[in-house]
Design a protein around this ligand. Sequence first.
Ligand code: PMP
Length: 323
Amino acid sequence: MEYPGILDTIGNTPIVQLKKVLPFEKPVVLAKLEFFGPGGSVKDRLALALIEDAERRGALKPGGTVVECSSGNSGIGVAMVAAVKGYRAIIVMADKNSKEKQDIIKAFGAELILTPKEAHPDDPNSNYNTAKRIAEEIEGAIYLDQFSNPANIEVHYRETAKEIWEQTNGELDFFFAGIGTGGTISGVAKYLKERNPKIKIFGVDIEGSVYSDYFYKKTMPEPRLCQVEGIGGDNLPENVRFEYFDELVMVSDKESFSWANKLCRTEGIFAGSSSGAVVAALVESAEILKDFKLGVSIFADSGYKYLSKQFSPEWMRAMGYAE
Ligand code: PMP
């Protein structure tokens, strides 16, 4: 008898109906709880997919080093997969991301390099450029590059989307997800649109990000720092496939934190701030959604990673987010 290892528990996450937090009863909205997984986020799928893709291509050899630039969850996933498979992992992350995520990355034995949150994507000290440089400097190292690696979209097309389709018998008519690298929403959207082009795809963006302006006006604003982690962008990654999106809904840090707290108290779902952003976007879209029947939304990670942020009343007060 062969028993599973920890990496075999990645994926196949549950969906639950949101029954109380939304101010409407129709349409029915389901949440796919991606924090049910060993690294606690949607990015476990990505980490395993990117590393196994690099192994298959021969780019990553036994004893090699993986370098990734992350807002924390991919870093946790990569650190975990690397620990199991015996690779050295170096995670590069902007210093705005939570202390909890930083500590989890180190707990898995990865090396963590923090970059200044103010660094513009073109700055040599930005997280992207730092990760690229480190990978070039170390022999046998590869930069996984979730922002443009096609294996990112592919894993969500192959796994996340298929699960959603099966869990709803293909009866959904809309889908909501936050956009970070774009991998989750682009992979799921591609699959859903292929099966039913009428399904509407709503991307959730955060104030300060460049995605919404680009989507609606084809302009590129100067990016501004936001506190919600994992969504929004300061440039246009290849994996954000705008052609699959029907609407982009922009929400604020304050709304996202507030809805993450309400989600906990009404539904008993302890999710992160990007899930709060998704709820805020659903609420904001109530009018448009009146004509729909069934939707699925992605809850990317859990509240445990943000005890020092939106679940700290002191932090919420100090930042001016408390109500
Ligand atoms: N929410 C959180 C908390 C995340 O860490 C991420 C990943 N950056 C996302 C949403 C968005 O996922 P993706 O990168 O696939 O767009």
